[in-house]
Design a protein around this ligand. Structure first.
Ligand SMILES: [Zn+2]
Length: 248
């Protein structure tokens, strides 16, 4: 049960931590950067824009309803998906986990679930918080479950790394896991014709899934670039333009 090992107590949380919690009984994890003062900066779908993509991951709205503790809880700039929430509204009674940086490839591959650690190394606390607060003011582009989600936002705040690959299948382990599932199902159905033993099929597909997850980790990929938070607006507009070109 590797994915339970990085559970945190609230007293262990420190500014600059990349934290996450599970929504809907482990169906999906929500990520954010703890910036101190009991506040979390995280990236969600902008509630005022409708999107054509509608997957099961989008069903849960991440906008806090009403917070009686902190008047600035739920703050966001108009048309921005980057939100400031208090820790309680972020967690919603869910457990608190710490996303790990700088893990070895062996540890990374040993994890049962994608999206709990990376081989990439985190920058310093001040840099991480600066990026999160800057993006709270400037936004992080369009939310996209596969290309630009809450985990990608937290990974960027921690490392400054962005993937400049328009055909890539998302930067984060969470997106890789989601995409891996139908792929594994497809592979197992075609492999069943060749391999009579179902145990053999499970081993083959699990191995391929792990390697594809490892290959998409931002600490391993070769197509990542370090982007300063001040330059990010330009880069994100560029990526949005590419996406619009593809959809024509
Ligand atoms: Zn709150």
């Amino acid at each position: 049960m590797g994915f339970l090992s990085n559970k945190l107590q609230r007293t262990q949380i420190k500014p600059g931590h990349h934290i996450y919690t599970y929504r809907a009984v482990f169906a999906y994890s929500h990520h954010g950067i703890f910036v101190g003062g009991n506040k979390v900066v995280h990236f969600t779908r902008d509630p005022h824009t409708s999107s054509s993509s509608n997957t099961s991951l989008d069903v849960m709205s991440e906008t806090p309803t009403s917070c009686s503790t902190y008047p600035d809880c739920g703050f966001r700039q108009p048309k921005s998906g980057v939100v400031l929430s208090c820790l309680d509204c972020f967690l919603r009674d869910g457990d608190l986990y710490s996303f790990e940086y700088g893990v070895t490839p062996t540890v990374f591959l040993g994890r049962v679930r994608g999206g709990t650690c990376t081989t990439a190394v985190s920058d310093g606390v001040d840099t991480v918080i600066h990026r999160a607060m800057r993006l709270l003011q400037n936004g992080f582009g369009k939310y996209d479950v596969f290309q630009n989600n809450c985990e990608d936002f937290a990974l960027y705040c921690k490392t400054g790394l962005l993937i400049m690959d328009k055909v890539g299948c998302g930067r984060s382990g969470q997106a890789a896991s989601v995409l891996g599932a139908p792929l594994a199902a497809l592979l197992s159905s075609s492999l069943k014709l060749l391999i009579p033993s179902s145990a053999g099929v499970a081993t083959v597909t699990a191995g391929m899934y792990c390697m594809s997850r490892y290959a998409s980790d931002i600490g391993v990929r070769r197509d990542v670039v370090k982007v300063g938070v001040e330059d990010l607006g330009v880069k994100l507009r560029w990526m949005d333009d590419l996406k619009e070109d593809e959809s024509i």
